[in-house]
Design a protein around this ligand. Structure first.
Ligand code: FES
Ligand SMILES: [Fe+2]
Length: 421
């Protein structure tokens, strides 16, 4: 982590003042304070990240009983496990004795999680199996010491977790984008590749970057050559609307181009943003590959290429870009004040064979390069916003509209968190 010149006067009062200033100056980028304050960072984790629906894993990563995979957020760790009955759990990776991590392996298969410290042992559903010699303690009951859990919801094979046990269910928020997503049959898809890009910047800079395409034409030459989102809508509207019209018939998926947008302040419930839209690719491109040519067999129920791509929001920090022959998931997770895990997952049809039906390098080329380009501009941005002399400028009303929506929700949520405290 980069050294941040700590503000020794940081306080809830200062945070309130900065939030009020930010809210009064709507339409401007965030004050550098929000990228530098340890107090803000702690509050973001408890009042935003741990109250939101977060993509944790795909069902294909834990197909069998006893399979597990770790998911790390901030300083925390969750074990996404499948129990004997086939049910999926999100277990907090913290021993109920004196708090050691009970699982170190990033993934694997096990009947039990044995704490490396004093060997308290847990089943794959998180319940306690045994605690050495603790029978001597009056009233000790194994039932009281299962691993703590987060809520789990699986949507088309994507496993989401929420640490707020009182959070509203995910389904009512996500159902309006069901038709647009169902055709890809992600529950039967296969992960062709996944990669964690460790970005040396605050998570909000990574997210704000993803949410706008003002930088696409300047930073992403290959993307801008093929995706109409790089231009203002007015210039590409005819082409996009023509594609949307033919999309259901060409792809064979009714409702594929239906628009839905309930995100941030407008989300159905807190941290359950859901959006779907379909935008066009320029002539000569049918998918998100470097040359625009197919890179894998069609996904799920797809019958053909409509010249479009599905753009999804699945919670506040998870997104998908879905082409007819492959899908790309993005997730932004803070690991420290200036450290973010930018996770990218490429899915292909579950029946596709690597080396025969697809080549990993061809499937991943466009978005791997685009992600490296983003990493470059985000880290430059990080250096700039951490300057003593940075003064936030105005967002572009169309290109940066969604980043602005995020900032509004962010300030509002943070404000509520400090009003409560
Ligand atoms: S901390 Fe896990 S058994 Fe003691
Ligand atoms: Fe970008």
């Amino acid at each position: 982590m980069k050294v941040i010149a700590t503000n020794v006067d940081d306080s809830v009062a200062l945070m309130r003042e900065k939030i009020a200033l930010g809210k009064s100056k709507g339409g401007f980028a965030l004050d550098p304070y929000f990228y530098r304050s340890h107090l803000v960072h702690k509050n973001e984790l408890s009042s935003i990240l741990f109250k939101s629906w977060l993509y944790a894993a795909h069902v294909s990563e834990i197909p069998k009983a006893g399979d597990f995979v770790l998911f790390e957020v901030g300083e925390d760790s969750f074990i996404i496990s499948r129990d004997k009955q086939g049910e999926v759990h999100a277990l907090m990776n913290v021993c109920r004795h004196r708090g050691a991590r009970v699982c170190e392996a990033q993934s694997g298969n096990t009947k039990t999680f044995v704490c490396p410290y004093h060997a308290w042992t847990y089943n794959s559903d998180g319940s306690m199996r045994s605690a050495r010699h603790m029978g001597m303690l009056d009233g000790f009951d194994k039932e009281d010491y299962g691993l703590k859990k987060a809520k789990v919801s699986i949507f088309h094979g994507l496993i989401f977790i929420n640490c707020d046990l009182d959070a509203s269910d995910l389904e009512p928020a996500f159902m309006p984008i069901n038709d647009q997503l169902a055709g890809y049959e992600l529950d039967k898809a296969k992960i062709a590749h996944k990669q964690t890009y460790k970005v040396d910047a605050n998570w909000k800079l990574c997210l704000e970057n993803y949410l706008e395409c003002y930088h696409c034409a300047t930073a992403h030459k290959a993307y801008a050559k093929s995706h109409t989102l790089e231009d203002i809508y007015e210039n590409v509207a005819d082409q996009v609307e023509a594609m949307q019209k033919i999309a259901p018939e060409v792809t064979g998926i009714p409702g594929i181009a239906n628009e839905h947008q309930k995100i941030y302040m407008g989300a159905e419930s807190f941290g359950a943003c859901a959006a779907a839209s379909r935008y066009g690719l320029y002539e000569g491109y049918v998918t998100g590959s470097q040359d625009g040519k197919p890179v894998a067999p069609l996904m799920g129920k797809f019958k053909g290429y409509d010249g479009g791509t599905g753009d999804f929001h699945l919670g506040p920090v998870t997104f998908m870009l879905n082409y007819p022959d492959h899908c790309v998931l993005y997730r932004f997770i803070p690991r420290g004040l200036t450290e973010t895990d930018m996770e990218v997952v490429w899915y292909v049809n579950g029946g596709a064979k690597e080396g025969v039906d697809y080549d990993v390098d061809r499937v991943t080329a466009l978005w791997h390069n685009t992600t490296l380009e983003d990493e470059y501009i985000i880290t430059r941005n990080s250096e700039g916003v951490n300057s003593q002399f940075f003064e936030p400028g105005p967002f572009h009303p169309e290109f940066e509209e969604v980043s602005m929506m995020f900032v509004d929700w962010y300030l509002d949520t943070l404000e509520k968190s400090v009003t409560r405290s």
